[in-house]
Design a protein around this ligand. Sequence first.
Ligand SMILES: C[S@@+](CC[C@H](N)C(=O)[O-])C[C@H]1O[C@@H](n2cnc3c(N)ncnc32)[C@H](O)[C@@H]1O
Length: 192
Amino acid sequence: MSKIKFKTPFATTVGIGPVFETQEDKWNHVLKTASDYKCNILIEFGTYKGQGVLHYLNNGHFKKIISVEPVKEYFNESKEHLSKFENVELYNQKAIDYLTDSNLQEFSDDKILFFIDSHPQPPFVENSSMDLMDELNYIIENFKNSKYICLVDDVRIWGQKQGHPLKYKICKLLEDFSSHLEHYNDTMTFVP
Ligand SMILES: C[S@@+](CC[C@H](N)C(=O)[O-])C[C@H]1O[C@@H](n2cnc3c(N)ncnc32)[C@H](O)[C@@H]1O
């Protein structure tokens, strides 16, 4: 697959542009991405209250959905709605801890969509941009032989501060390692 050539330097365009009008529009974009790239496993970072997972379950596209949420109260609330579904696994931890703890090799016959939607939400106020860099680095380094793509939401927060070095670091990492990048609304799809 050939790499997109951006008319303006990639990092200057990231985070500028429309956001999704509704949560449902965002969830439908996740489903469209999964369908376009034939991903049958969803690993979502940032469950919040589980409404996104419920939307995906209603659609029936995924064989399995894993969702990870560090805030205990959100995790508990999502568990109330989702524990009855056999193809859903919920984890109460940070995305990077899930990545380092889990054995994702079990999905070697499948294609994973990592949906990184872990924008901090009170009461969790850690630096999500630093976490994102760690998560992307971990995925790139550890899934060299796996079939996956990454969809990252809230790309506007990378550029919250003008000239923030992290925005350029993230863009450089993605440009160096991807065969294809798609910037749509407030999301970035990264294909290794
Ligand atoms: C925008 S909400 C997620 C919405 C949900 N994906 C949906 O579509 O319904 C962001 C969630 O990410 C969680 N979060 C923050 N930092 C995180 C991290 N490092 N790992 C995983 N989740 C994180 C927040 O607690 C919050 O619940």
